[in-house]
Design a protein around this ligand. Structure first.
Ligand code: LLP
Length: 422
C-alpha cells in the first residue's frame, strides 16, 4: 500500500505531480511519501498492539534526518549499526533510551559513544566484544546494558547476501554457546544482562522462519530464567519482506507468527523493521536519455545508475519500472533499462516487458525507499541524487543533490616532492 497513484494518466506522489517535481528539481531524484511512511508505521504498530513492545526502525534502510524525525514523532526507537547512525538519530531528536546497537564489528569509539549516550542496549555478537564492552564500561564507570545476539541456525529462504541466521554466517553467537556466554557475562564487571536478540535475514516472504525464530528464542529465555538470569528484552530483529514482485505476509500475520511462541514470556518485545517501513514509501525518478537499438537488443539508457540504486545488480533484485506519463497508444516494448556508468552491471532491469518510452520520458523505479539512497555512491564522479519527502501537496527537499564541491570535498591536490621524471 502506498500513495503513489495515477491521476489523469500521470503519476503522483500524494498530491504532487512527479513530472512537475522533475522539472523543478532535476533527475535523478529519490521521492518519498510521508503519508505512506506514517501508514506503514501505524499498520505495524497495530499488529503488535496489546504486546509490550517497541519498534526500533532499522535506520540503515533509509537514514535521512527528516525521515528519522518522522518516525521519532510516531514513537519509534531506532536500531543502529555505527556511531554515525547514533549521531544521526540523536540529531533527529531520538530518545537514546529507545536505541539498540547491532553489528558484528563495533569499535572502541563506537562502544564508548553508545555507553555515554545511555542507549537501551548493545546487541553483542562475540566473546571478545563482550569483554571489550565490560572493559570500556569499567573505565567510564558506567553500566553497559547488553543483549546477546543469538544465531538461531535456520534458513530464512532469502537471497544469500541478506540471509544472516545460518550457523555459518558471521552474525550472532552460536545457539550451543549462548549459556556459556551469559555465564561469562555474569562474571564480567559493569555489564547488565538486559536481553536476548536475533535477526535472521531480510526480505523474508514466509511466516515459518519467524515462528521458528520465536520458538528458538523463547526456549533460550526459559532456560536462562531457570538458571537465574532474568532478562528484560527480547529483540527479534527485522526482516519482513515487501511485495517487489513476491507476496510477503501481512504485518498482522508476521506478528502472529513471531509472537505465537512467546505468549506470557514476560519480556518487552523489540523488533527492528527496516524495509517494510520504508521500501514502498519511496521511488527513484529517472529520465530516459536514449532508446538505443542494436541488432540483438534494445536498451533504454536513463540518467540514473547503479551508483544511485545498486540493488538490481547486487541482489538480482526486481523493481517495477513505471512510466510517469504512460503513452496513450498502450504500445509496449522489451528492453534492458540501463544507466550511464561504465559497467555491464549498471542496470535497473533486464529484458523487461514494459510500456513504450521515448527519449525525455520519466520513469519511476518503484519500491526504492529501502536500501536505495543509503547505498548510493559517487562512483564515476556522479553526484548522489537529491531526496524529496512529499507531504500532501508539499514537497520538502530533505537532501540536496551533491555538488561537484561535495564530491571532491575531502580530497587534496598535493604539491609533489619530486619532478615528473622521478
Ligand atoms: N536488524 C539487523 C540487525 C539487520 O542487520 C537488519 C538488516 C535489519 C534489522 C533490518 O532488516 P529489514 O527489516 O530491512 O529486512 N541492502 C540489502 C538489505 C540488507 C539488510 C541488512 N540488515 C537490500 O537492499 O536488500
Amino acid at each position: 500500500m502506498n500513495y503513489f497513484t495515477y491521476r489523469d494518466n500521470q503519476l503522483y506522489a500524494e498530491d504532487v505531480s512527479l513530472s512537475d517535481l522533475a522539472t523543478r528539481l532535476g533527475t535523478p531524484l529519490y521521492v518519498y511519501s510521508a503519508r505512506t511512511l506514517r501508514r506503514h508505521y501505524r499498520v505495524l504498530a497495530e499488529a503488535f498492539k496489546g504486546t509490550d513492545s517497541l519498534i526500533c526502525f532499522a535506520m540503515k534502510a533509509l537514514s535521512n534526518l527528516s525521515v528519522l524525525k518522522l518516525f521519532n514523532e510516531l514513537g519509534a526507537g531506532f536500531d543502529i549499526v555505527s556511531v554515525g547512525e547514533l549521531m544521526r538519530c540523536l540529531k533527529a531528536g531520538a530518545d537514546a533510551g529507545k536505541i539498540v546497537f547491532s553489528g558484528v564489528g563495533k569499535t572502541d569509539e563506537e562502544i564508548e559513544a553508545a555507553l555515554k549516550a545511555k542507549i537501551l542496549m548493545i546487541n553483542v555478537e562475540s566473546r571478545p566484544e563482550l569483554q571489550r564492552i565490560s572493559m570500556i564500561a569499567t573505565r567510564l564507570k558506567l553500566r553497559a546494558p547488553v543483549s546477546l545476539r543469538v544465531n538461531p541456525d535456520l534458513d530464512p529462504g532469502t537471497h544469500p547476501h541478506i540471509s544472516t541466521g545460518h550457523r555459518d554466517s558471521k552474525f550472532g553467537v552460536p545457539l550451543a554457546q549462548v549459556h556459556e556466554y551469559y555465564a561469562e557475562a555474569r562474571t564480567l564487571p559493569n555489564l547488565e544482562l538486559a536481553g536476548l536478540s536475533t535477526h535472521i535475514g531480510s526480505q523474508i516472504t514466509e511466516t515459518d522462519p519467524f515462528a521458528e525464530a520465536g520458538q528458538k528464542t523463547a526456549k533460550i529465555v526459559a532456560e536462562l530464567r531457570a538458571a537465574g538470569i532474568a532478562l528484560k528484552y527480547l529483540d527479534l530483529g527485522g526482516g519482513l519482506g515487501i511485495p517487489y514482485q513476491e507476496q510477503p505476509p501481512s504485518p498482522a500475520d508476521y506478528a502472529r507468527a513471531l509472537l505465537g511462541p512467546l505468549k506470557n514470556i514476560g519480556l518487552k518485545i523489540i523488533i527492528e523493521p527496516g524495509r517494510v517501513l520504508v521500501g514502498n514509501a519511496g521511488l527513484f525518478l529517472t529520465r530516459v536519455l536514449y532508446v538505443k537499438e542494436t541488432d540483438v537488443k534494445r536498451f533504454i539508457v536513463v540518467d540514473g545508475a547503479m551508483n544511485d540504486l545498486i540493488r538490481p545488480v547486487l541482489y538480482e533484485a526486481y523493481h517495477e519500472i513505471a512510466p510517469v506519463k504512460p503513452r496513450t497508444s498502450g504500445a509496449r516494448l522489451v528492453a534492458d533499462v540501463v544507466g550511464p556508468v561504465c559497467e555491464s552491471g549498471d542496470f535497473f532491469a533486464r529484458e523487461r516487458d514494459m510500456p513504450a518510452v521515448e527519449s525525455g520520458d520519466l520513469l519511476a523505479v518503484m519500491s526504492a525507499g529501502a536500501y536505495g539512497f543509503v547505498m548510493a555512491s559517487n562512483y564515476n564522479s556522479r553526484p548522489r541524487a537529491a531526496e524529496v519527502l512529499v507531504e500532501g501537496d508539499y514537497a520538502h527537499v530533505i537532501r540536496d543533490r551533491d555538488s561537484f564541491d561535495d564530491i571532491v570535498r575531502n580530497e587534496h591536490l598535493v604539491t609533489f616532492r619530486g619532478g615528473p621524471d622521478e
